[in-house]
Write a protein that binds this ligand. Structure first.
Ligand SMILES: Cc1cc2nc3c(=O)[nH]c(=O)nc-3n(C[C@H](O)[C@H](O)[C@H](O)COP(=O)(O)O)c2cc1C
Length: 228
């Protein structure tokens, strides 16, 4: 377990790639659903053979306490503090090298739009822009109904699916603002662990990378289990 540094410290990279564990990188964006981040990470760590790191947007940090996340959380300032000269590591490249799988939960409307159009103006979107598309990327949209219903959302979600990324679709639930709305995570109603398919036809497979495997179904059920 890594502990967070104080704001004035430079973070040490904890990204050894020679581990036999399956490396799950969790991306957090500025949806109120990010308040589940400590639970989500804790739950993922309970899956045998899984190791976890987090990359967060600055807006996401308004919704959870970084000190409650039991693994290293990387943020924008780390990218710039770690690199001071040519021989230094570039954090977003080290993170994409380390990760066997990226799960962005929650994915807010802003970062959805950025990913769909290739914008990479922070650590998380740089990781995604540099992502090796042969590795799985799961995304869990989370936004107010009004945002979700705007026609651009469907276009952008379709674009991400076109890249080969797997949507963990929304469910409707009570929002913090008091409205009924969409929040991330579907699964139990729409995901059949036997067939490993959602009702939308997404296949959910065992992910394999560098000889390491993780049962994506277990992973997704884990994600879902903490948010319903
Ligand atoms: C209290 C609060 C809750 C928010 N919840 C959401 C949300 O659930 N989904 C969303 O798309 N945006 C939400 N936003 C707006 C995003 O935080 C905003 O678009 C921000 O710029 C996202 O930045 P990021 O994508 O870099 O994290 C919320 C904003 C506030 C102030």
């Amino acid at each position: 377990m890594q502990q967070q540094d104080s704001d004035s410290d430079h973070k040490q990279l904890e990204l050894q790639t020679n581990s036999t564990k399956f490396h799950v990188l969790v991306g957090l964006t500025g949806s109120v659903a990010a308040l589940k981040a400590p639970l989500l990470v804790t739950q993922l760590l309970e899956i045998p053979g899984v190791d976890v790191r987090v990359v967060t947007t600055d807006h996401a940090t308004h919704f959870y306490d970084i000190s409650e996340v039991p693994v290293c959380v990387y943020r924008d300032k780390d990218e710039w503090e770690i690199w001071t000269k040519r021989s230094d590591p570039v954090l977003h490249i080290e993170l994409r090298r380390w990760a066997d799988l990226l799960v962005i939960a929650p994915l807010d409307a802003n970062t959805l739009g950025k990913i769909a159009s290739g914008i990479c103006d922070n650590l998380l979107t740089c990781v995604v822009r540099a992502w090796d598309t042969s590795r799985p990327l799961l995304f869990c949209p989370a936004m107010n109904t009004a945002m979700w219903n705007h026609p651009v959302t469907a276009q952008q979600v379709a674009t991400l699916k076109g890249f080969g990324y797997v949507e963990i679709p929304c469910i409707a639930k009570k929002l913090v603002c008091g409205e009924e709305g969409t929040k991330y995570h579907v699964i139990l109603g729409q995901f059949n662990p036997q067939t490993r398919k959602t009702t939308r036809g997404n296949s959910v497979k065992v992910a394999q990378f560098h000889g390491k495997t993780v049962d994506l179904a277990t992973l997704i059920i884990s994600i879902f289990g903490i948010v319903v």
